[in-house]
Design a binder for this molecule. Sequence first.
Ligand code: ADP
Ligand code: MG
Length: 361
Amino acid sequence: MAQISLNNLAHSYYPNPKEQSDFALKQIDYDWQDGGAYALLGPSGCGKTTLLNLISGLLSPSTGEILFDKTDVTGLSTEQRNIAQVFQFPVIYDTMTVEQNLAFPLANRGVQKSEIDKRVSDMLMTLGLQEKAKRRARGLSADEKQKISLGRGLVRYDVNAILFDEPLTVIDPHMKWQLRTKLKELHKQFGNTMIYVTHDQTEALTFADKVVVMYDGEVVQIGTPEELFEQPAHTFVGYFIGSPGMNILPVDVSGNLARLGDHQIHLNKSYSNLDGKIELGVRPEFVRIVDKAQNLTSAIPLSIVAVEDIGRSKIVRGEINGVSINALVAEDANIPLEAFVEFDVDRICIYNDAHLVEGSF
Ligand code: ADP
Ligand code: MG
């Protein structure tokens, strides 16, 4: 296992990249801690696979270097880097049996037969494939084949890191949850450095200690699930994480006052010298719906568009001056006909050109 350091790493698929937009991965500097469980989260096309393939050595970077425990591996192959990688679609030997498939990566590295048998039998159990051990992979379902693929990534214990690229895409929804839980257990048990790519926030937040959020070739935030929820560093993170995502409202800010159209919102911090696009972010969890009878000094009239029941809570979808805003309220909350909204002032974030700005008290 190893700490993986990326130094000024960037990648373009063009031979002579000129502009930022030519880069599928914009410059990143980051140390992935030895034994960490990471998720790489972002929408399709944002550069997740590119970054993973740079780490594994399937791609060679346009600029920068990759170090494993301070040793430069930039010029080394995947094999030499000693990385296990599990892809979106099964990569297995169709003509081999399930157990032969699992044994192969170990036999290849000269592991002793008794150790191979033990590891393979443990892995068969982990994946629930004991009964299929002697079957050829060819006849199995897509689910089962992908489980073998996962198993091939996980049987080796001497790898520097295990990389997963959306490995559960072809897996049945009910099985997904089971396998994800399993991965988490295996991480706890063996402490391998794991990087798990997904576009699904639930997968990322349940699997990882640290989530790396990517947007348009750029790493926009690296944080714990709590940090991403409470202090999104970029409006994209606010919007992408959460269900529904953070409300992002166009405002003007001066000092500790934000203006949204004709309405004023008092802030608990003061902001100066803001220039460019200013937005106020507040999560639906921190938007309260109040009625006319309450103290209205800071309340803003809301026109309600829809109310969705989602089990234990309701999403109130509305508009302020034509700008959409969502509030998450208790299932039994009363929604007044003439509704107003109020924001939890401690939970307001201010963004300047999409980046979080720290105010001062
Ligand atoms: P993700 O895995 O997040 O969906 P990718 O890393 O696959 O994103 O792709 C990032 C960007 O790089 C996309 O714009 C994609 O079209 C482009 N890209 C990916 N692979 C290649 C390639 N082999 N040649 C040229 N462009 C590529
Ligand atoms: Mg991808």
